[in-house]
Design a protein around this ligand. Structure first.
Ligand SMILES: [Zn+2]
Ligand SMILES: [Zn+2]
Length: 331
């Protein structure tokens, strides 16, 4: 028989049978919906279903995909494409440079203001808060491609590693024990708790901007609905799938320069798409470097961006690739 328990910062996938048809079941639904906005809301958990997809929690993720079809009705304009591409680029940089190379791996230092600024941009990507992202990513490095790895294509299959794993109750939680260095900042904990707030603000701002432009610059041919659809839904969904190719494709397709125990690969196409993250075999061999393209010809846009930020004094202490790592390289 399944066991249930109240657990802070976690969730339950369906109405527990013990509550079905009672007043408590309505209470359960209210709490479950509250979790869309406040990830710390405590709900009953069924331990036997921790590794299955929570479809109620996944509903907004599915709706965001469907909303992309809205381009049929809202049409397109150069300004809509520029906004979508710019938001892709800025947010990809925030994910790779900060969520990954800073929050997860601490490969450079920065001020608290810059840290929070890029945490905000990262939070607008609808990939949860920085604590959740870093906690799961650190765990991935510790147990890569073993049964404990939440998103290993070797163990769980391609589709699960790409879009399944983060929709389960087990992976909904943020294990603060994995990120004590980040959890000490209340502003980061707030972003993690209310992780839907920044995406909603971005969506509203895009709708407002499109509506404003429709009236003050009608020659641009845009509307609120158009900027919302292209700038938020399309840009965010493309950004999402590009990001998670590193969990799925970069553990399947590409070359292995280093003989790591995992299946990580170096893949130039993924490196271009994700601003340098596709040099994933390099990264798994030596995650302590701010740079992931180890050779001059391994394009790593995030590294170039970080060099620029360093020159401007916004970040410092960028970690280079040590000579012993290059000496172990097969190419
Ligand atoms: Zn990996
Ligand atoms: Zn990493």
């Amino acid at each position: 028989m399944a066991s249930f328990r109240l657990h802070p910062n976690t969730q339950y996938e369906g109405v527990p049978p013990a509550l079905a048809g009672t007043a408590d079941s309505r209470f359960w639904l209210a709490r479950t919906l509250r979790r869309w906005f406040d990830t710390s809301a405590a709900v009953t958990i069924d331990e036997s279903r921790e590794d299955r997809i929570d479809w109620l929690r996944a509903a907004p993720f599915i709706v965001m995909h469907l909303a992309c079809i809205g381009v049929i009705w809202v049409g397109v304009s150069p300004i809509a494409l520029i906004v979508a591409a710019t938001l892709y680029a800025v947010r990809m940089f925030a994910l790779t440079a900060f969520y990954h190379r800073y929050f997860s791996h601490r490969t450079f230092q920065t001020s608290r203001v810059v840290q929070f600024g890029f945490a905000l941009i990262g939070a607008s990507c609808v990939q949860r808060g920085p604590l959740w992202w870093a906690a799961h990513h650190r765990h991935h490095h510790r147990v890569t491609d073993t049964p404990d790895d939440p998103h290993s294509p070797r163990v769980h299959g391609f589709l699960w590693s790409h879009v399944g794993w983060f929709l389960t109750p087990r992976n909904f939680r943020t294990d603060l024990a994995r990120v004590p260095d980040l959890a000490k900042f209340p502003e980061l904990r707030w972003l993690d708790r209310f992780d839907i707030a920044i995406p909603v603000l971005l969506a509203m701002a895009l709708y407002g901007l499109g509506t404003l432009l429709q009236h003050v610059a009608p020659q641009l041919g845009t509307t609120g609905g158009q900027l919302l659809t292209w700038g938020f839904f399309v840009s965010t969904i493309v950004l999402f799938h590009a990001t998670v190719t590193i969990n799925s494709l970069a553990h399947r397709f590409g070359k292995r320069r280093f003989d790591t125990k995992d299946d990580s690969r170096n893949n130039v196409w993924l490196a271009l798409l994700t601003f340098g993250e596709g040099w994933h075999n390099n990264h798994h061999f030596f995650p302590g470097s701010s740079r992931q393209g180890f050779r001059w010809w391994e394009v790593d846009l995030t590294w170039y961006g970080l060099k620029l930020m360093s020159a401007l004094g916004l970040v410092h202490g960028l970690k280079a690739v040590p000579a012993w790592v290059l000496a172990r390289s097969r190419s």
